[in-house]
Design a protein around this ligand. Structure first.
Ligand SMILES: NC(=O)c1ccc[n+]([C@@H]2O[C@H](COP(=O)([O-])OP(=O)(O)OC[C@H]3O[C@@H](n4cnc5c(N)ncnc54)[C@H](O)[C@@H]3O)[C@@H](O)[C@H]2O)c1
Ligand SMILES: C[N+](C)(C)CCCC=O
Length: 448
């Protein structure tokens, strides 16, 4: 509630006073220690994440890898954050300092709970800020492990605080007068509300929102690779991934061959207990979301799409899983641009296949959306690959791969998929502010 939010912010504010005085090297050492502990506890954290979210433990381990890698990356940058020196006439000069913002708020979605908390807190802390983080109420647990780890690694108590709650708690955080910035990951409707709330206090925001990304498969591609790419683009974390390439545009010459192979591979995905080593798809986040996703498939059928596989409620054989929120991953054929399944973010394991003939046509159709988070292209023609990504209206573009996320590269959207970035060097700019200092070496030349 409001009182707890205030306590968390005050505690972060007190810790910020200590943390901002530390040198970049000192902050770096503590972040590296936190990264080491995450690596050491990787299996345990991944297990908690699987119980938290339902994704397979195999995949959760990959999320934990990108989390400690992010801490290591910003630990590496912490000591080299600096400004510039500018010479002015008469021996005068100016310089800039890159300074932290203060108490930053992180608000997370439920699909990558530990990873989102790490991707926000690592650059925030590296820049000298404190953070109060609110995970989704559907996945409240794993972020607490991150707080425990930061404390064990040596950050001042309160520097990374976790508050639990839903929309009301998030609103208190966005409106708090001692909060300097809000970084949000979640849906477009919530992102708009957060931007509005933050604007009242003129607080900068980073918005990592939803998507409906295109994946373009040209007939000269390596088909096996393209099929693997399309699987990566659609079925990680039960399809509950913001940057998924759910509009799969396939050039007509290879449509049948590609579709046959993608359906074959989709049917092979092992669904079941996400804690088992060979499971590759667990349950969706909750019953209402499962119904929501199944509803999109019904609507797709009504609008003329053809279910090529999956799309059904799934009851695994294991009796302990009978009430789980499982569904079979779905491939939809005969899709057209105007269908709901092609236009709206489904956030479930549903791939829509569309055919195309020419490069110009597919670019026009791929960009015909309000979203702009990601896009992909599969081709062996390197000139075409670069020409196409230059035209795609998306913040993250993949050539001959999809949904990999090296932390060295910035991640974030165009258009209604948000603004600001996570990861990469540029994110330092989103968690710091620039101070200009102008130094006079002569006398004041007053105009009065
Ligand atoms: N671009 C990205 O990096 C990225 C990553 C993951 C998920 N997403 C997007 O997130 C969405 C799914 O996640 P979700 O269902 O948790 O999203 P959501 O918008 O419902 O909730 C996200 C977070 O915001 C909080 N919240 C809800 N209403 C709020 C309000 N009025 N003020 C402040 N906080 C509020 C929630 O409690 C939760 O912590 C999808 O649209 C997906 O594409 C984007
Ligand atoms: C790690 N991925 C797959 C690129 C997902 C990033 C966060 C999106 O929901």
């Amino acid at each position: 509630d409001k009182k707890e939010v205030d306590l968390a912010v005050q505690s972060a504010k007190a810790a910020f006073k200590i943390w901002r005085k530390k040198s970049g090297m000192e902050r770096s050492r503590i972040l590296l220690e936190a990264a080491r502990i995450i690596r050491e506890r990787k299996d345990e954290i991944a297990t908690v994440e699987t119980i938290n979210n339902g994704k397979s433990v195999f995949e959760a381990r990959l999320d934990i890898d990108t989390s400690w890698q992010c801490l290591e990356y910003y630990a590496g940058l912490a000591a080299s954050m600096g400004g510039e020196h500018v010479q002015l006439p008469g021996g005068s000069f100016g310089y800039t300092r890159r300074e932290p913002l203060g108490v930053c708020v992180g608000i997370g979605a439920w699909n990558y709970p530990f990873q989102i908390a790490s991707w926000k807190s690592a650059p925030a802390l590296a820049c000298g800020n404190a953070m109060v983080f609110k995970p989704s109420p559907f996945t409240p647990v794993s972020t607490l492990l991150l707080a425990e780890i930061y404390t064990e690694a040596g950050v001042p108590p309160g520097l990374f605080n976790v508050v639990q709650g839903g929309a009301a708690t998030g609103q208190f955080l966005c409106q708090h007068r001692d909060v300097a910035k809000v970084s949000f990951t979640g849906s477009v409707p919530t992102g708009k509300k957060i931007m509005e709330l933050a604007s009242k206090g003129v607080k900068p925001v980073t918005l990592e929102l939803g998507g409906k990304s295109p994946l373009i498969i040209f007939s000269d591609c390596d088909i096996e690779n393209a099929v693997r790419g399309a699987m990566m683009a659609n079925f990680l974390t039960q399809g509950e991934v913001c940057c998924n390439g759910t509009r799969v545009f396939v050039q007509r010459e290879i449509l049948d061959k590609f579709t046959e192979e993608v359906v074959k591979q989709t049917k092979k995905i092992k669904i079941g207990d996400p804690l088992e080593e060979d499971t590759r798809m667990g349950p969706l986040i909750n019953r209402s979301h499962l119904q929501h996703v199944l509803g999109f498939i019904e609507q797709a059928k009504n609008e003329g799409a053809k279910v090529l596989c999956g799309g059904d409620l799934c009851v695994p054989e294991d009796p302990k899983l009978k009430d789980g929120y499982y569904m079979t991953p779905c491939v939809l054929g005969n899709c057209k641009d105007g269908m709901t399944c092609v236009k709206e973010e489904i956030f479930g394991p549903v791939m829509s296949i569309l055919s195309f003939d020419t490069e110009a046509e597919v670019l026009e159709r791929a960009n015909d959306t309000n979203f702009g988070l990601a896009a992909g292209v599969f081709t062996r023609d390197i000139q075409r690959a670069h020409r196409v990504v230059a035209e795609l209206q998306a913040g993250v573009c993949y050539i001959n791969n999809y949904n990999v996320s090296p932390v060295e590269l910035p991640f974030g959207g165009y258009k209604m998929s948000g603004f600001g970035r996570e990861n990469g060097r540029v994110t330092i700019e989103y968690y710091s502010q620039l101070k200009t200092i102008c130094v006079e070496m002569g006398d004041v030349e007053s105009v009065f």
